[in-house]
Each structure stands twice: as C-alpha cells, then as structure tokens.
Design a protein around this ligand. Structure first.
Ligand SMILES: [Mg+2]
Length: 294
C-alpha cells in the first residue's frame, strides 16, 4: 500500500501562510448528527449495551461532544466511554458487563494510524475476535454516516473565511475522519477548491499532519490551526503553531470573529500573545474534564 503520508510530506508552500482546519464540529456542524445518530446507536449494538442504553448514551455524548476528549479518534474515544460507563453505580447495580477491550487497547498503543485500514490488516493476520468486532463496529459507523449525513452545510462564515484566506495561505483539512467521508463532505459543498490537501485518520495524528505538511516549511508564527477540540489545540501546540478555537455551542460567533478580526491579526502578525491567550482560555473553559454526574 502506498504511504498516505507522502501527500503531506511532498506539499510545497505556494503562499506565505499555512492554515490547518479541522472538519467535524469545526467547519461542519456534523458532530451532533454523526455522534448522536450514527456512532452511539452502533456502539450500543456492537458492544452489548442495550440494557444500559440510557447511560451508555450519556457517557458517549459526554466523551465525544462535551468534554476535553471531544474530537478524539473513534477508537480511543470508545475506550474512554466504556471506562466512564463501567464506573457508574447504575451499571454496577444492573450487573451489566461493560467490555474492557484489552486487545483493542494494545492495538491503540502500538498503532499511530488508527483507521479501519490498519485495523483490518491486524484482523487478517491475527483473526482476533475482539479486534474483528471493533472493525465491524467501525465499518458499520461509516456505513451509517454515509447513509445519514447529507445536506449538512458548513457553519456560517466558513466559506467567507476560506475565501478571504485563500490568496494568502495554503490550507489543509486536518481531521481524524476517514478521507473518503471528508472528501465527500468538502466536495458536496464546493469548498474543497480552497484547500491544497485533505488529511484524514489514514494520515496519522493531527500533530503529524501539521508536522509533515507545514512544520519547517513555514515560520511557526505563520502556521495557524483552527479547531473545536483539545486535540486540535494539541496539534498546534506540539508544532509551536498558533491556534484559533471554534467554541462548541458558539460556532457561528467563533467563525464570525475569525472572519472579522482573527484572520487579519494572523496575517498582520498580531495574533500571538494576549489575543491568542484569551482565545485559548475561553476554549479550555468550554470543555470540562469530568462529567456532571460524578
Ligand atoms: Mg472537530
């Protein structure tokens, strides 16, 4: 199989600046529909949580939408959700066994490209039933998303921001979603023409995406990551790049702010320092560490 990271490595700057943009929950309002209508029902089905579906849903939504883990790759997020669920007294009272997925944990630790392709390879060589189940779940999720998620446009001001930045910055989608889904969504709404390349879960972590595509190619104060999750912030910080948050629940306001002041500040070298610090603080407050039921 060709090395998908090659696409990122071979990118050469054609503009002075670089902008990485997360897709789910950042450019597109797809987090809610994907997680609530596609991922969550599939988790309940494949991991035998029918008897505690209400709590499974609560744990799932907290981890994936409303916590510091928002936007995490589906496999580690699944582990977090099951761990959170297992500790609840309601689950213990019902004597429901929440799977531990020890083999999947091991795979997550060893593999950096946490996608169906890599998992499929391990399943083929080991024939491990637990990994097979995880793969079936993950494939089912993709099928549900392809079936369910249509006609969800980018947030207001996304297109305007892309248009505004296009003459000054090389732009790339930085996401943990499969490339196939990303390509479909960016094409469906005609905004793929603003970006150089789409980096998905097959390309490795978001930190790797920026490292391979932008780091050491642009000065660090000319690299900006736009995201809605802590993983996006980490990808920026790991690469000493700048970060602009799209606040969960205040997405429209955030994109408007980027359009009206953020982009100008970035291009005028007036982003780093007080302005960025304030944005980062607002962002960290918006995503709590522990759930409300604890
Ligand atoms: Mg996101």
């Amino acid at each position: 199989m060709a090395d998908p990271q090659k696409d990122l490595k071979k990118l050469k700057p054609s503009r002075e600046f670089f902008i990485g943009i997360d897709s789910d929950g950042c450019a597109f309002d797809t987090m809610e529909i994907k997680h609530k209508e596609c991922f969550c029902p599939s988790v309940i089905k494949y991991f035998g949580l029918q008897a505690v579906s209400k709590y499974a849903r609560e744990a799932f939504e907290f981890v994936n939408l409303y916590s510091r883990e928002r936007g995490k790759n589906r496999f580690p997020a699944l582990i977090s959700m099951l761990d959170l669920l297992r500790e609840r007294p309601e689950i213990k009272a019902r004597k429901v066994k929440v799977p531990e997925l020890k083999r999947l944990r091991k795979w997550i630790k060893e593999e950096t490209r946490l996608g169906n392709g890599a998992l499929k390879k391990v399943v083929q060589t080991t024939n491990d039933p637990e990994l097979k189940q995880a793969l079936m779940w993950s494939e089912d999720v993709n099928a549900r998303i392809a079936d369910m998620v249509h006609g969800v446009p980018p947030f207001p001001f996304v297109r305007e921001c892309l248009k505004k930045a296009a003459s000054k910055a090389d732009m790339m989608v930085v996401s943990q979603t499969p490339i196939e889904a990303l390509t479909r969504e960016w094409q469906e709404h005609g905004i793929d023409r603003f970006i150089r390349v789409i980096a998905g879960q097959e390309h490795g972590t978001k930190t790797e995406h920026i490292a391979l595509a932008a780091r050491d190619k642009y000065p660090s104060e000319k690299i900006l990551m736009i995201g809605d999750a802590i993983g996006d912030l980490k990808a920026a910080t790991d690469n000493e790049a700048l970060f602009f948050p799209i606040l969960p629940g205040k997405e429209e306001m955030s994109w408007k702010r980027l359009f009206e002041e953020g982009l100008e500040r970035f291009f005028d070298n007036a982003f780093k320092g007080e302005y960025e610090d304030t944005l980062r603080r607002e962002f960290e407050t918006a995503l709590p560490e522990g759930p409300s039921w604890r």
